[in-house]
Design a protein around this ligand. Sequence first.
Ligand code: FDP
Length: 333
Amino acid sequence: MADSPMTLSEHLSTQQASLSTEHARNVAAVLGRIGRVAAVIAQELAHAALRDRLGYVGGANASGDQVKKLDVWGHDTMVSALRETGACAALISEEAAEPVEMDAGGTHALVVCADPVDGSSNLDVNGAVGTIFSLRPSRGKTPAGPVALGRGTDQIAAGYVMYGPAAMLVYTVGQGTHGFTLAPESGEFLLTHPDMRIPRRGKTYGINEGNVHSWHPGQRAFVEHLKTPDKAAGRPYSLRYSGAMVADVHRTLLDGGLFMYPADWSDPKKPKAKLRLLYEVAPMALICEQAGGRASTGLERVLDLVATEYHQRAAVILGSTEDVETADAFYRR
Ligand code: FDP
């Protein structure tokens, strides 16, 4: 009989070589708990229409987005679960203007940045949505202060959960990117995609092309290039876009190619990005680089961006290394 696949908690202990340090125990506790929350969110999503959980609550969040009932529920569920770990100093969430502070202090407490339900415009059409998370160091008793900000390279761990036909959790602690599939009968995430490697080059690109008028000229020329037939070079690329970052990044990780959300350059003096750096762009960039891919804004490496505000936004072009390099070259022209 084949060996049964490793569970998320078993895998966490192999990744955290020695769980004897407080830091490693905290990381494993927080990631393990996020896995359990994800199983609960998957259940709730499956029942949302039956429990009158779809639709808006009324009002906007810290980023100005209209808030859905499941956004609020996802945030509250994440807060209580992380509080219980005793390892988390604060949660920076899309749904709260300020960090939600928790009890854990000390040098090894973690700050979690999360978008509990990302891609929420897909909720009411039964499309894929996700959870995105990132663990950052917290130092001292005011953990939610600027120490939780900083560079993308400061991230200790990052990952996402995709709620599709099956729920999948993908994470990294800086030792490769690993994917797990939820076994609904046990509520356990089981290792199905060890050491994911993104192809060096792909055949698809994902972008909201309706925004073409506001793109940087390099971005416009690059997408034009992707659409221009050249059999030997594998073009034209196919367009694939679901409108939920998690689903679009997941496809890109597995099949290669590009996921892009470039900034609005209508005013070149003040380019405006949409996606949030701490709990969308930076974690996905770490996941992508750890799978052998590349993540850039077109002008610089995403993981070198310094977060100075909790809900800061950033442009992103991520995916296959060669494809992202070509995008960067178009921006430099
Ligand atoms: P949503 O607004 O539905 O929450 O987080 C923002 C996000 O979804 C991403 O998941 C997604 O990639 C992007 O916005 C989609 O934006 P557009 O509708 O502008 O394409």
